[in-house]
Design a protein around this ligand. Structure first.
Ligand code: NDP
Length: 244
């Protein structure tokens, strides 16, 4: 099945930013979208908006750090639509700080959400896709998965990990299943709200002035999905034209 129309697309982190914009765009183009995140009030509002515009949508609370919850999210989608064509492992957090600020709990949270969350999505969706002998796994890395900057060592490490996991997955299952990793540059979203460190927050504020809209990344995801089955868009970097 080429294109977007009729595909069942699961999106984690659909309650804001890139996930929200992606859900809106894919639903507009005829996908059955299944929204996951922890803030269900946001999911309800988005699902209502998509349904009112004639889209096909379901939502379910999911904390991607909990393997059973991600499994239940995928099972929920399969029960609703009988298939899982695409999972977008998009949920992420970015509480930046210098390593010598020792915000160890924030390091753990980034590892849990950004790495374990992606692995949980793969663990839940891949068996279904292998059974179907088709599917697509789209993981969100970052420019931070290609370069390291001060205050971002752990965040970048998690995004380097997403690149490594995606490449390994493609090599192992790429015969039947498409694997795509998207690396956005600075994009409008709530991502910087998780920064508790004042120095890192101020640095990011200046940097975020050149942000591109979340819809720009949604269009990239749409492009990767709508290619024919024999075309795997394995990696894309999408960044602002402007320099900070
Ligand atoms: P937002 O903060 O706007 O969105 C992050 C999403 O992740 C929210 O929907 C949030 O939902 C969800 N999330 C966080 N923790 C969990 C959890 N434990 N379980 C389930 N969902 C969770 O940021 P973006 O839209 O920017 O981020 C999306 C992805 O894009 C991330 O992986 C990020 O690293 C990546 N990215 C973003 C860039 C940018 O500049 N914006 C640049 C490069 C990459 P809730 O809190 O409701 O659970």
């Amino acid at each position: 099945m080429a294109g977007i129309e009729g595909k069942v697309v699961l999106i984690t982190g659909a309650s804001s930013g890139i996930g929200e914009a992606t859900a809106r765009l894919l639903a507009k183009h005829g996908a059955h979208v299944v929204l996951g995140a922890r803030r269900t009030d946001r999911l309800v509002a988005l699902a209502d908006e998509i349904a009112a515009a004639g889209g096909s949508v379901r939502y379910r609370r999911v904390d991607v750090t909990q393997r059973e919850e991600v499994a239940a999210f995928v099972a929920f989608a399969r029960t609703a639509f009988d298939r899982v064509d695409v999972i977008v492992n998009n949920a992420g957090v970015m509480p930046l700080s210098r390593l010598d600020a020792f915000k160890v709990e924030e390091w753990d949270r980034m590892i849990d959400v950004n790495i374990r969350g992606v692995l949980h999505g793969i663990a839940a969706a891949l068996p279904v896709m292998q059974e179907q002998k088709r599917g697509q796994i789209i993981n969100l890395s970052s420019i931070g998965g290609h370069v390291v900057v001060p205050t971002a060592a752990v965040y970048c490490a998690t995004k380097f990990a997403v690149l490594a996991i995606s490449e390994g997955l493609r090599q192992e299952v790429g015969g039947d299943i498409r694997v795509t990793v998207i690396s956005p540059g600075v994009t409008e979203s709530e991502l910087a709200d998780s920064i508790s460190d004042p120095e890192a927050r101020d640095g990011m504020k200046a940097f975020r002035r050149i942000s591109i809209p979340a819809a720009a990344i949604a269009r990239t995801i749409r492009f990767a999905i709508e290619q024919p089955d024999d075309v795997d868009v394995s990696e894309m970097i999408v960044r602002p034209t402007a320099s900070p």
